[in-house]
Design a protein around this ligand. Structure first.
Ligand SMILES: [Zn+2]
Length: 175
C-alpha cells in the first residue's frame, strides 16, 4: 500500500494532522505505512522463535500465537496496547550484596522481569524474545514499558498531543 503524494503536502496544518492520524492509525493496527520521512514501515508480523532453553515460543501453538497477535492489534489505541502489554510484565526488585571496591554502598538493587502472553488457554510465562515476537513489537517498546513499570508508572502516549500532554503533565504534577 502506498499513499499518493498529494495526501502529504508539505504545508498546511490540516494536512499535517491528517498525516498524523493516518500514521497513528496504521501504527496501532500494525499495518504498513509511510513514516514522516516518507520511508516505508513494514506491516507488523509475528517474529522469529526464541532460542532460549525453555523454547517458550514453540510451546504456544501457532493458532494461539495468531490469536494473541490479532487481539493485540484489534486494540484501538496505542495506550490500550501499552496498558495491555504492561499487564503482561511483572517486575520485582532483587537486592543482593555484592562486594564493591569503588563504592561505599555494597548493596546493589537490580530489577528482575517476568513476561507473559495471554491466550484463550490462559497466561503463559515466556521469555522476553517470545513476548516481543508474538506481539510483533519492538524491543524498545517492551524496554520502555518495563522501565515505566519498574517506576510504578502507567504507560502513556504523549506523541502528537501537545496540548493534552501538557494538561496531563499539569494534572500529574498537581496530584
Ligand atoms: Zn523463550
Amino acid at each position: 500500500m502506498t499513499f499518493p503524494r498529494k495526501l502529504f503536502p508539505k504545508k498546511g496544518q490540516n494536512q499535517v494532522i491528517y498525516k498524523n492520524e493516518v500514521i497513528k492509525g496504521a501504527r496501532v493496527r500494525g499495518k504498513e505505512y509511510l513514516n514522516y520521512q516518507g520511508i516505508k514501515v513494514n506491516q507488523r508480523t509475528i517474529g522469529e522463535p526464541c532460542r532460549c532453553r525453555s523454547c517458550c515460543f514453540d510451546k504456544i501453538s501457532e493458532g494461539e500465537r495468531q490469536e494473541i497477535f490479532d487481539r493485540f492489534y484489534a486494540l484501538k489505541t496505542k495506550n490500550e496496547q501499552d496498558a495491555y502489554m504492561q499487564a503482561l510484565i511483572e517486575c520485582s526488585e532483587i537486592s543482593r550484596k555484592r562486594p564493591r571496591v569503588d563504592q561505599n554502598n555494597s548493596k546493589t538493587k537490580s530489577k528482575s522481569y517476568k513476561y507473559y502472553v495471554s491466550s484463550s488457554s490462559g497466561k503463559h510465562c515466556v521469555c522476553k524474545t517470545t513476548l516481543i515476537s508474538i506481539h510483533g513489537v519492538t524491543v524498545d517498546r517492551v524496554r520502555r514499558l518495563s522501565k515505566l513499570l519498574s517506576m510504578g508508572k502507567p504507560p502513556n502516549d504523549r506523541r502528537g498531543k501537545k496540548t493534552q500532554g501538557m494538561q496531563k503533565r499539569d494534572r500529574w504534577s498537581g496530584k
